[in-house]
Design a protein around this ligand. Sequence first.
Ligand code: TXA
Ligand code: MG
Length: 322
Amino acid sequence: MIFLKATPAAVKKAAAFIRKGGTAVFPTETVYGLGADALNPEAAAKIFEIKKRPAFDPLIVHVASVKQAKMLAFVTPKAEALMKRFWPGPLTLVLPKKRIVPDIVTAGLDTVALRMPANPVALDLIKRAGTPIAAPSANRFGRLSPTAAAHAERQLKGRPDIILDGGKTRIGVESAVLAFKDRRIYLLRHGGLPLEEIEKVAGPLASVLRSGKRPRSPGRLAGHYNPSAKLILLGKKKPELKKGLRYGYLAFTEKPALKVKKAAVLSPSGDLKEAAANLFSHLHKLDNAGLDIILAEPVPMRGLGRAIMDRLKRAAATRKKG
Ligand code: TXA
Ligand code: MG
């Protein structure tokens, strides 16, 4: 494996790996992705292998233009309006797929998830590769998402052909995912583009949380984003610490008055954008501090707060060993 700063020469190298059916870790504005040629089933299979991702969980295909999106999916006028407004950016659209997209990429579904990332390294990589790039977040399945190249390197242990280091990601939570069904728009995942922003353009969304007849989102498992330590999402009550356990604390605006081994603050000024950008990097830091339990404070449910709370709830849902 090669680990390189994301200079134009390094991006060229990564593009060559992608063209030959290899894999590359690259920065996006949300989190780092583990990419391969989306039109090459053997290359896409490597992503599942490296991440230990189950085959039922489809990948997001990254494109460099709306034109490229139209080669892969049937783009409805509503979807195109959203692309024109929010691309490049942290918005993924699930659309009816065209035959050119291999089944392995969509986990056998008749839809494909598409996104045009806003990070210049990511866009340059897609353009130089000359092919759309399938890329999930560059973490082991079910674990914390990577917002720095070192996070991906630690989890994927040399298995990708190349890692491009583009520094800390700007947004820090994954893209919002929308699906179109029965002339309605469903929110499948809260993400880096806040609900309020999307609804300004799309009108009120049908939330998967509120609807019975909902489109499938196979990757939205409760036990996801799991640190090695057990994560507990706090309520309003002050927590009681048990003797003999090593505690970490993820605070929203200020360090707790509790005696914990390690504490981190998401945003001293209470800025939810800053909090989102720090979320995974702080969790990675806490998780590397040899803790038994991470206590996490809730954040307000508005703007990027929804995406943060979604990740914290899933991180708290189950504990994965290993
Ligand atoms: O910001 C992001 O979206 C990052 C960067 C790398 O672009 N990528 C990312 O990918 O978060 P991943 O694989 O970790 O999450 C993709 C999500 C999963 O929940 C998956 O189930 C859903 O998108 N998804 C993909 N294709 C789908 C489809 N055809 N129908 C419904 N959900 C789909
Ligand atoms: Mg992921």
